[in-house]
Write a protein that binds this ligand. Structure first.
Ligand SMILES: *Cc1c(COP(=O)(O)O)cnc(C)c1O
Length: 434
C-alpha cells in the first residue's frame, strides 16, 4: 500500500510506516500527517463512482465519509471500518443569516447533523477504524466535549473500550452525558488539561491504549471528507470562502489538506479562501497571525469563552493551520461573547440552530464583510460544527436575559425570545396573542 506517516515539519519530513503507533514525529517532535501515492487517481471516474455510491445501500457507501475513501486510503482492510453513517450533512441556505452577516447569500454546511451531533464524527470514524486495524482493544482521549462524546460512540460501536479523562470540576454536562450513555469509562483527575494529557500518554504506552486526541492523523484524514462532500454537493464549484471556528485547529488543517489534494489531482480548479474565527477570550492563533509571525506562537494559559468547544489556549495543530491559511490566502478573525451569542440567535431564527462555537462563523463573517475583506456578493460556505442541543442551558439563559460572559459582564438578549407567563384565562390570552 502506498500510504505513509510523514512529519509535517518541512525541515524534517521523516517517513514512518502507516501502522506505527505514533502521535508526534520521533525524530523532531513535529506533527504527523498521512501521505499517499495518489498518482493513479482518476478524478472524473471517481466523481461518477461517488455519485453512484450515494444510491447504494452498502454501509461504507452510505457513509458520507467512507464514500470518498479513495482520498484517504490509509486502511488496507476496510473490514475494520466503524461507521454510524456519519457525514451526509446538508448545505442549507439562510437568507436571514446572510443579511445579518452583510452578504447577499450564505450557505451553512451543518455538521451538527452527524450521529453524535458534531463534526468530530467525521474524524472519529477514521481514528476508531485505525485503532481496530492496529488490533487495539482500548482507546482514550482527554476531553469534556464533543471529542469524548464522539469517541465513546465510535469505540462502543466498534467493540473497543472507550476511556475518557477529564479535569476535575470542568465539565460540560450535555456532552459528558453522551459519553456516559455511550458507555465510556470516565476518570476525573485532579490536574489541569496538559498534566492529564501527559499522564494519559504515559498510560497509553504502558497499557497499549490508543490515543484519539486531536493530533491523531487519522482523525484529520476523516475530517477531510467535510470539504470533499461539500464540493460534491456543489457539483465541484469551489466557493470564494469557507469559514469555520478554530479551537485546536485540527479542522482547518484537515480542510486545507483535503482542498490541496483535490486541487493537485484535478477534482477542483482553484482553492477557496479559508477564514478561521476564534473567540476573543481564547484567541492565541488570531494573536499569532495578527503579528504576522514576528512573535513566536504563545499559548494562552487561561482561555475564557462560553463557546466551550473552542476554549483552547494551546492549540496543537497551529503549524498546520498557519500553513493552510497562508496557502489559501485565508484570514483569521475573532468575535466577542456578545457577537457570538447574537449570531447564534440569528442562525436559530433561520430554523437552523447550532452550538455556540459554530456561531463564531457568522459573527466573524459580519466583521469581515464590514471590514471589506469578504465581498457582499461572495459565495460563502460557513461550517456549523455542532448541534443546537449540545448546549441548551446557554440558549435558555440568552433568551431570558440571564447569560453572562466568563468575566461576569452581562450578555444582552438582543434577539431574545422569552417565554411569557400567562394566567389561565382565554380572554386575556386571546387579547395577548391578537
Ligand atoms: C472541536 C470543535 C470545534 C473546534 O475545532 P478544532 O478542530 O479544534 O479547531 C469547533 N466547534 C465544535 C462544535 C467542536 O466540537
Amino acid at each position: 500500500m502506498h500510504a505513509h506517516l510523514v512529519c509535517f515539519d518541512p525541515a524534517c519530513r521523516a517517513q514512518f510506516d502507516i501502522r506505527e503507533v505514533l502521535y508526534n514525529c520521533p525524530k523532531c517532535g513535529g506533527l504527523l500527517e498521512a501521505d499517499y501515492d495518489f498518482s493513479a487517481l482518476d478524478a472524473p471516474a471517481l466523481k461518477r463512482l461517488w455519485r453512484e455510491r450515494r444510491m447504494d445501500n452498502a454501509p461504507l457507501n452510505q457513509s458520507g465519509v467512507w464514500r470518498y475513501r479513495e482520498l484517504f486510503p490509509f486502511l488496507d482492510d476496510l473490514q475494520h471500518v466503524v461507521t454510524l453513517r456519519e457525514g451526509n450533512t446538508p448545505l442549507l441556505p439562510a437568507p436571514r443569516a446572510a443579511a445579518y452577516g452583510g452578504l447577499r447569500d450564505i450557505t451553512f454546511k451543518h455538521q451538527g447533523f452527524n450521529p453524535t451531533g458534531s463534526f468530530k464524527d467525521n474524524g472519529m470514524t477514521g481514528g476508531a477504524s485505525q485503532a481496530r486495524l492496529l488490533g487495539m482493544k482500548r482507546v482514550a482521549c482527554v476531553s469534556t466535549g464533543n471529542t469524548s462524546a464522539s469517541m465513546a460512540a465510535y469505540a462502543s460501536a466498534g467493540g473497543l473500550a472507550p476511556l475518557i479523562f477529564i479535569p476535575n470540576g470542568n465539565i460540560s454536562y450535555g456532552k459528558l452525558a453522551q459519553a456516559l450513555e455511550y458507555g465510556a469509562k470516565t476518570y476525573q483527575v485532579e490536574a489541569n488539561f496538559d498534566q492529564i494529557l501527559a499522564l494519559v500518554r504515559t498510560l497509553a504506552e504502558r497499557l497499549g491504549i490508543y490515543l484519539l486526541n486531536s493530533i491523531n492523523p487519522f482523525r484529520i484524514e476523516g475530517q477531510k471528507s467535510i470539504v470533499i462532500e461539500m464540493m460534491d454537493q456543489r457539483d465541484w464549484r469551489v466557493p470564494d470562502w469557507i469559514v469555520l471556528p478554530g479551537g485546536n485547529l485540527g479542522n482547518v488543517s484537515a480542510f486545507g489538506k483535503g482542498l490541496r489534494e483535490m486541487l493537485a489531482h484535478g477534482f477542483i480548479d482553484k482553492l477557496p479562501r479559508l477564514a478561521v474565527v476564534q473567540a476573543e477570550g481564547s484567541s492565541p492563533f488570531y494573536d499569532y497571525m495578527a503579528a504576522k509571525g514576528s512573535n513566536p506562537f504563545t499559548a494562552q494559559c487561561h482561555p475564557k469563552t462560553l463557546a466551550t468547544a473552542i476554549k483552547i489556549g494551546d492549540p496543537v495543530s497551529w503549524p498546520k493551520a498557519q500553513f493552510e491559511i497562508e496557502t489559501t490566502n485565508g484570514v483569521v478573525e475573532r468575535a466577542s461573547e456578545q457577537e457570538i451569542a447574537d449570531a447564534k440567535a440569528t442562525i436559530g431564527a433561520c430554523g437552523i440552530g447550532c452550538e455556540p462555537a459554530s456561531a463564531a462563523t457568522l459573527a466573524g463573517i459580519r466583521k469581515l464583510t464590514a471590514a471589506g475583506v469578504i465581498d457582499r456578493d461572495a459565495d460563502v460556505v460557513a461550517v456549523l460544527t455542532g448541534n443546537l442541543l449540545k448546549d441548551p442551558d446557554y440558549i435558555y439563559r440568552y433568551h431570558t436575559g440571564q447569560l453572562t460572559a466568563p468575566d461576569g459582564s452581562p450578555i444582552a438578549a438582543n434577539f431574545g425570545n422569552k417565554p411569557v407567563l400567562v394566567e389561565n384565562n382565554a380572554e386575556t390570552l386571546a387579547a395577548l396573542i391578537g
